[in-house]
Design a protein around this ligand. Structure first.
Ligand SMILES: [Zn+2]
Length: 215
């Protein structure tokens, strides 16, 4: 398998875990549903498996001396290995399951610590909404974000386009969030998509659109 694909699949896997971690804090029950993450992980394992099969078939077919023979050898080899991959039996999948469980456990202990706050919030959802409001707005444009990225150094979130524009103007720009203790210039390499927040924003936007359409 090419290093590129291998890296991309690992990144995707890491991203799933991070999204789940955020979902345990900000997400609703649907986002906390581990089965979705497991399904996606199964797809990742399948892609890895497909790639290995393709590569093997390609290598075998390379022994042929002309294109039609090459094609039929390649197809024959692929068909012989068509049996769907047993993704859930792979080591990667097991490791992933363990990590999900760890995150779920960590999430439940931390929400236990903030017990009173949690129970207050669940009565009317007020406190959680307030927490979210702070994070929904881009610190640069003060507008609601659409494609949020998180600065992994300080944890602050910005709209992707606006932080990129600001960095183009001032490459030594520091975190624009007032009172941020991070004195290092923002580095684009430290900006990671905040997928859980993006999902949340998307859902809010969909909700607004629907209520707006109701005439
Ligand atoms: Zn910051």
């Amino acid at each position: 398998m090419t290093d590129y694909l291998k890296n991309e699949l690992e990144k995707a896997q890491q991203c799933l875990l991070e999204t789940y971690e955020l979902a345990t804090t900000y997400g609703d029950n649907e986002e906390k549903d581990t089965s979705k993450y497991l399904q996606l992980m199964e797809r990742i394992c399948q892609m890895r498996d497909d790639s290995i099969k393709n590569e093997r078939a390609l290598q075998l077919a390379m022994a042929e001396r002309n294109i039609p023979d090459f094609e039929s050898a390649f197809q024959r080899e692929l068909n012989a290995n068509r049996k769907s991959c047993q993704a859930i039996k792979t080591r990667e999948y097991k490791v992933f399951c363990d990590r999900l469980e760890e995150i779920a456990n960590a999430g439940s202990t931390s929400s236990g610590a903030g017990g009173t706050r949690q129970s207050n919030a669940s009565k009317d959802g007020g406190l959680i909404e307030m927490d979210m409001q702070v994070n929904l707005t881009d610190p640069l444009t003060k507008r609601q974000m659409v494609d949020p990225v998180k600065n992994t150094i300080c944890g602050h979130v910005y709209e992707k386009g606006s932080i990129q524009d600001a960095l183009r103007i001032n490459p030594r720009l520091r975190c624009p969030v007032a009172g941020c203790g991070n004195n290092r210039p923002v580095n684009e390499a430290h900006l990671k998509p905040d997928n859980a927040l993006k999902m949340h924003l998307q859902r809010l936007a969909d909700g607004e659109e629907n209520s707006g359409d109701e005439m």
